[in-house]
Design a protein around this ligand. Structure first.
Ligand SMILES: Nc1ncnc2c1ncn2[C@@H]1O[C@H](COP(=O)(O)OP(=O)(O)OP(=O)(O)O)[C@@H](O)[C@H]1O
Length: 245
C-alpha cells in the first residue's frame, strides 16, 4: 500500500480574483507556493482585505478563479475550501471557551464534543494555551486572542492560511514578540500563506515576497530588497521610507 501523503506536502495557491466593493473594482492575480509566504501591502481602501475575502469565499468573484493545487475552489462555500483565516479582530466565538474555539473545526466535521476537545488538546499545548483553555475570549489579552485565532485556524488542517492584519490589534510593546512567534507558526504550517499588512517590518519577518495593491490594482511584486532597489510607485517609495511598526 502507498504511504499516506505527508501533511507537509501542501498545495500551492493560485488566485486570479476580480471583485466589486461599493464603487471600487479590485483585481489581483498571483500564485503563492507553500513555505514562501506572500505579504499584500497597500494604502487604506486599496482592496487588500477584499482580495483575501474573495479567496476565502466571503465575497463573490465577478471574474477569475481560485485554485488550491489541482482543486478549483471558487465555486465552493468557504467551509469546503480548506482555507484557514485569521482576521484583524480575531473574531473568536465570544460564548465559547478557548478550548471550544480551537475544537470548533473538529466539531463542525461532525465529531462529538469530547472527540473534538481531544483534537484541540495538542493545539492548545503547542500554542501555550492550556492554562487558558477554560477562559472566554473576553478574558484574554490581544496577544493571547491572536494565538487562539491562529490555533483555531490551523487545528482545521487547512491547505492555505490567510492572515489579515493579524498584529494590528496588539500594543506596540508586544508586537515584535508576537511577530517572531507568528513567523515561527507560519513556518511550521508550511503551506501557502498570504498576509495583509501595512507594515514592511511584518513583511520582512513573515513573508518572502510582497505584492503591492493600490486602488484595486497590483502595482508591484517582488522581495522587499527588489522593491527598495526599484520602487514602482510613489506609494512604494514612501511606504519603505516610513518605518511603519
Ligand atoms: N462591505 C463592503 N461594502 C462596500 N464596500 C466595501 C465593503 N468593504 C470594503 N469596501 C470598499 O472596498 C474598498 C476596498 O476595501 P478593503 O477593506 O478591501 O481595503 P483594504 O486595502 O483592506 O483597506 P484597509 O487597509 O483600510 O483595511 C474600499 O473602497 C472600501 O470602502
Amino acid at each position: 500500500m502507498m504511504p499516506a501523503e505527508p501533511s507537509s506536502a501542501r498545495p500551492s495557491l493560485h488566485a486570479d480574483v476580480t471583485v466589486t466593493r461599493g464603487e471600487r473594482r479590485i483585481a489581483a492575480a498571483f500564485d503563492v507556493v507553500p513555505g514562501h509566504p506572500l505579504a499584500v501591502i497597500g494604502p487604506n481602501g486599496a482592496g487588500k482585505s477584499s482580495v483575501l475575502a474573495a479567496i476565502a469565499g466571503l465575497v463573490p468573484l465577478d471574474a477569475g478563479e481560485v485554485r488550491i493545487g489541482s482543486r478549483r475552489v471558487d465555486g465552493l462555500p468557504p467551509e469546503r475550501r480548506r482555507i484557514g483565516v485569521v482576521f484583524q479582530d480575531y473574531v473568536l466565538f465570544p460564548h465559547l471557551s478557548v478550548r471550544d474555539n480551537v475544537a470548533f473545526a473538529a466539531r463542525m466535521r461532525g465529531g462529538s464534543r469530547s472527540a473534538a476537545r481531544a483534537v484541540a488538546e495538542p493545539w492548545l499545548a503547542r500554542y501555550d494555551l492550556t492554562a487558558l483553555a477554560d477562559r472566554l475570549p473576553a478574558e484574554l489579552s490581544g496577544g493571547q486572542a491572536q494565538r487562539v485565532a491562529l490555533a483555531r485556524a490551523l487545528a482545521a488542517d487547512p491547505d492555505v492560511l490567510l492572515l489579515d492584519e493579524p498584529m494590528s490589534a496588539l500594543d506596540v510593546e508586544v508586537r515584535a514578540d508576537m511577530r517572531a512567534e507568528l513567523a515561527t507558526h507560519v513556518r511550521e504550517f508550511g503551506g501557502a500563506t498570504v498576509l495583509v499588512t501595512h507594515s514592511p517590518a511584518d513583511a520582512a519577518a513573515l513573508a518572502d515576497s510582497v505584492l503591492v495593491l493600490e486602488r484595486g490594482l497590483v502595482t508591484q511584486r517582488g522581495t522587499l530588497a527588489e522593491l527598495r532597489a526599484a520602487p514602482a510607485t510613489a506609494y512604494v517609495e514612501r511606504m519603505l521610507a516610513a518605518s511603519v511598526e
